[in-house]
Design a protein around this ligand. Sequence first.
Ligand code: FEO
Length: 398
Amino acid sequence: MKNPVALSENIYWVGVNDYETQLFEGLWPLPRGISYNSYLIVDDKVALIDAVKQFFLPDLLEKIDRLLPAGQSLDYLIINHMEPDHTGSLKLFPQLFPRMKIVGNKKTAGFLESYYGLTEPVVVVEEGEVLDLGRHQLTFYITPMVHWPETMMTHETTTKILFTGDAFGGFGALEGGIFDDEINPEYFDYETLRYFANVIGKFSPMVQKAIGRLKDVDIGTVASAHGPVWRQNPRHVIEQYDRWSSHRTEPGAVVVYGSMYGNTQRMAETVARGLAAGGVKEIRLHPASTSHLSYILADAWRFQGLVLASCTYDSGLFPPLRLLKDFLSPKEVSQNRRLGILGSYGWAGGAVKEMQEFASKGDWNVVEPVIQIKGAPTEDALEQCFTLGKNLAAAIKA
Ligand code: FEO
């Protein structure tokens, strides 16, 4: 094959870009696409590490076919992660490669049966077990819940390449540049954050465990299942995941408002003015009705301050804010964060009460004043909103 994407002499990227899927997991927008990274190791035994989404099987097969030496076929499919964006075409593999064995851990085996009815030919590996391909040796590290119970990582000892599955991955197709030294890594930083906040963040304690487990592993390259291959500076993406999963937030604030006729919006904008007057330069104002949840979550994950402003709707929170609340709570975004609460109502309240109940269930540090108004905000009410913004700014900087 001419111009293969080589990670080393006999290890190749054979992944694909997906510009077709609009919503990852049926939820998260992909305006810049996404890559499903698959890797081929050609040795005495040939191994494929992770596959691709079902629709892209022909692309993957063509790339494999062009790299396979005459007389060789796939011997192993290593499954670091079972989610169908990497295994959707799996059922066809035993027919396509009759000699091939599927390698995973005991939890992988359970998913192979429940998703694809496959019970053989499966090789079950344990933590630290080594698979000998000839010149290459693969060591397996079991890293559960990054992102599913069976997730694991595969380290190739001679090249120091760590194949990480979803971990250290991000949204965004690979637009020519595959490696971090071929791209501007900053272009991928936000899409990596958004992927983390939307897909992986809930499992932050397990990400921390996995990063701890890797401390003694010699990592020369991070080859994730999504996004760039980090060969020049693999620490960059590991440190990003370490920061987000340990809730080391940045000095900034996200103001999310739900407003039907502009009254709550005016209050939220006044809080944002107070934040700016208090010296906060990173402020993100999101109308909950039109800003996709995906982006609100990414910003909420990044910054220390969060302001929820909601009109009352059906005696409670404005529905888009209720959806945000449902995602914030299980994703444990309350750690190391300051929260501002305000709202309005027409004839009977409910939104502010619901937000206060939400705040009491997490580790939120609620900044005063909590503001609730009837009808349109008065000058006094707007002054309170400005004060809330300044108090939040002071809390963020403290
Ligand atoms: Fe890339 Fe959890 O799948």
